[in-house]
Design a protein around this ligand. Structure first.
Ligand SMILES: Cc1cc2nc3c(=O)[nH]c(=O)nc-3n(C[C@H](O)[C@H](O)[C@H](O)COP(=O)(O)OP(=O)(O)OC[C@H]3O[C@@H](n4cnc5c(N)ncnc54)[C@H](O)[C@@H]3O)c2cc1C
Length: 505
């Protein structure tokens, strides 16, 4: 245990709040980001005390929450893996394999002693006088209220609400006699054998779920309002096979494949900006030969947006297209008019029969884990705040957050951000500072503020639905975020932590 000894203290109200002690750093979230942060702290600051709090009852964040059939990465694991821990499996991995990889990280770096599950952080209050955060926690298992204090809060809470998925309201939903499920809350005992299944949605979740259940179900229909982009890379990279056959040390193989994938992703991201028409054609044409003959590609597979304005759905080895060719699955592109007793009626008048409807409709975005922040007694209204490099927030002292990439693997940014936060903690130590606050300089005061995500650049539904609750970005460094990995891997390691935008006290 890394905290100071707990003592019980009565709260101001009637409820007992248990004092859970003080830590130098408090990490929220035991997913890919929180475990990466913890590894970095142990490695670079072995003397500092810290704790990781997670609301769920197990590690892995996203990979623990999402356990529907077929759940897998759509990134290659050579870049989704941490820089410090080689990935030894195929390029695309199942959710369970990712959890096993995270378990190895926890074991090898002895992290389990720091993790407290079923600890939901509800509020965090900064006191400049005491130079510390007071963090309110509710135990999900017992309902008990705890209070931690910490010198530095490291928010690794991901970007969506794990407990409440996004489920639109459709007419007639209550009439439906079958089973309605959301992949984020997949019932362990749901039997799909011989069932007629409609999957609403055309994103990564639909792409992974459909091939996984199509063999067992009687038929699966993917019902999409509008088409998405798809990309069908091989599950195993040819170069990986060659390198492994040569018996090259695993660390080298990892590094080589990592570089290869980063280069490919850079190229795709660049092409999306510079030649979106060419990328559009490339994606559609590479899919065409994988589809059944005479398939209406124009209707079902030609999106109305530019590639990468939303994530490109990856179908390793084209497995989704295989089940379409085999007739086990089909696609309907239309809008839902109403649910009926036995399925869904779409605007064309067609009724799609269903025993099970899967709403693969995505997330509710969550702002910093829905934690209520106050600084010196004043609630923080994030809509008035500006991000500092997508890592800290203006006017919020001693708090960093991890937000990964959408177009490259999330974890590539985890590695970069943890390096920078390490440098920040070391800089504070060198300066003898107990407080660091991102602060707009006089020359930044009237800078133009821009939305969290520029819709021209990235506009998936869950982001657009929540822009109004999010902090802003400015028009210049360091008040920007959502940069591409190609730029950031140069910028972040060299970022000047003494440029006047971080005020140390
Ligand atoms: C099905 C699916 C597949 C994906 N595939 C990829 C992929 O292939 N490549 C890619 O780059 N990205 C992918 N993503 C995005 C994915 O979310 C990130 O890759 C990454 O897992 C995020 O890790 P994280 O630790 O930042 O957040 P999360 O995985 O969201 O974990 C955050 C943790 O913090 C906890 N938490 C949140 N708020 C609180 C609170 N107030 N108190 C206590 N605990 C809290 C949560 O319980 C959770 O366990 C995928 C997402 C999904 C849903």
């Amino acid at each position: 245990m890394t905290t100071t000894a707990p003592t019980t203290a009565p709260s101001e109200g009637t409820e007992e709040i248990q004092d859970a002690g003080h830590v130098d750093v408090l990490i929220v979230g035991a997913g890919v980001s929180g475990l990466g942060a913890a590894h970095h702290l142990r490695d670079q600051f072995p003397d500092r005390t810290f704790v990781i709090l997670d609301a769920q009852n197990n590690r892995g964040g996203t990979w623990w929450t999402h356990r529907y059939p077929g759940v897998r990465s759509d990134s290659d694991l050579f870049t989704y893996g941490y820089r410090f821990k080689p990935w030894r499996g195929p390029s695309i991995a199942a959710g369970e394999e990712i959890l096993a990889y995270l378990d190895e990280v926890i074991d090898e770096y002895d992290l389990s002693q720091y993790i407290r599950y079923q600890h939901r952080v509800t509020a965090a209050s900064w006191s400049t006088e005491d130079r510390r955060w007071t963090v309110e926690v509710t135990r999900e298992d017992t309902g008990q209220q705890l209070r931690f204090t910490t010198g530095f809060l490291w928010m690794c809470q991901g970007y969506y609400n794990h407990g409440k998925p996004y489920l639109p309201v459709w007419p007639g939903m209550d009439r439906f006699q079958g089973v309605l499920v959301h992949p984020q809350q997949w019932p362990e005992d749901l039997d799909v054998s011989g069932k007629r299944i409609v999957v609403i949605g055309s994103g990564a979740t639909a792409a992974t779920l459909i091939p996984a259940i199509a063999g067992k179900a009687e038929h699966v229909t993917m019902l999409q309002r509008s088409p998405s982009y798809w990309f069908a890379p091989p599950t195993t990279h040819e170069l990986a096979v060659t390198l492994r056959a040569l018996d090259i040390p695993e660390e080298w193989t990892y590094e080589i494949l990592r570089r290869q994938y980063i280069q490919q992703l850079d190229m795709l991201a660049r092409m999306a900006q510079e030649a979106p028409g060419d990328l559009h054609t490339f994606l559609i044409e590479s899919m065409r030969p994988l589809l059944p003959e005479g398939f209406d590609v124009e209707k079902h597979f030609t999106p109305r947006y530019r590639p990468w304005q939303q994530r490109i759905a990856v179908v390793p080895d084209g497995d989704l297209f295989a089940v379409l060719r085999e007739g086990k699955a089909s696609i309907v592109t239309d809008t839902i008019e109403t649910f009926t007793e036995h399925g869904i009626k779409v605007s064309s008048g067609e009724e799609i029969p269903a025993d099970i409807i899967v709403a693969a409709t995505g997330f509710n975005l969550s702002l910093l884990g829905d934690v209520a922040f106050t600084v010196d007694g004043a609630p923080v209204d994030f809509t008035e705040r500006v991000t500092w490099r997508g890592i800290m927030i203006s006017g919020v002292p001693n708090m960093a957050y991890v937000f990964g990439y959408f177009r490259h693997s999330w974890t590539l940014r985890v590695d970069l951000v943890t390096d920078l936060v390490g440098r920040l903690l070391a800089t504070m130590q060198d300066k003898g500072a107990t407080m660091v606050v991102p602060t707009l300089r006089p020359e930044d005061a009237d800078m133009q503020l821009r939305p969290w995500s520029d819709p021209e650049n990235f506009n998936p539904g869950y982001v657009m639905r929540s822009q109004h609750i999010l902090y802003k970005q400015g028009d210049r460094e360091p008040w920007t975020h959502m940069l591409e990995h190609e730029e950031e891997r140069e910028i972040l390691p060299k970022a000047d932590l003494d440029d006047g935008t971080l005020v140390y006290r």
